[in-house]
Design a protein. Sequence first.
Length: 238
Amino acid sequence: KVQLGRRDLADRRFVEDLIVFHDPAGNRLELVHNPMTASDPFVPGRPIDGFVTGAQGMGHAVLHVKNIDQMLAFYRDILDFRVSDFGLSPYPLYFFHLNGRHHTFAMVGSGRAGFHHFMVEFQNLDDMGQGYDLAQLDEGRVGYTIGRHTNDFMTSYYANSPSGFFVESGWGGRVIDPDTWQPHETTVGPSFWGHERLYLTEDGGRKTLRDMRLKAAADGQRAPPLVDCPWLYGQGYK
């Protein structure tokens, strides 16, 4: 069931109009029209160079799902989200793009429902790394140690939020051409290195994911080189 959002809701979202509906798992979705542009500059909580947004949107969002086939049919076939890549081991993962960002949306076939994480991408690697230092000062705040993903080449860490989901802070994400990109299976695991899941037990998946990273290292798996030059922080992966 699709409903037009109420005027007061549109005002709170700072958009001209929106429609509201739910996916097969009951997650509420809002599609908005003509979002307002703030006139005041963004003021961060500490000095940073800002975030990668613009045509790539705010970052990405990831859901836990119980029935990944049902959700795949909805997001891919009805909403026309385009598959970037997928993994089947140690659990199903599907990644979708809507623009040049490698993925704006993803699903983790964890057998549960709910929100897994959202990601924001920093313009400057040092801003992300300094945030990691700050997060480590708060015991239990870090959920995944710093590491690098295999599909979008993002270097990132994950922090536990008070609401029970993760917040991923990243840098250096891959930029794709949506018109020529071909979906494929990623078989080397989620990360080249790092991203130790501190919230998992050894028998609850932590060792399995570590073994996949060690195998990737033994096999020489790595991202393509990013040349260090004056325009480093404006460079994306193709």
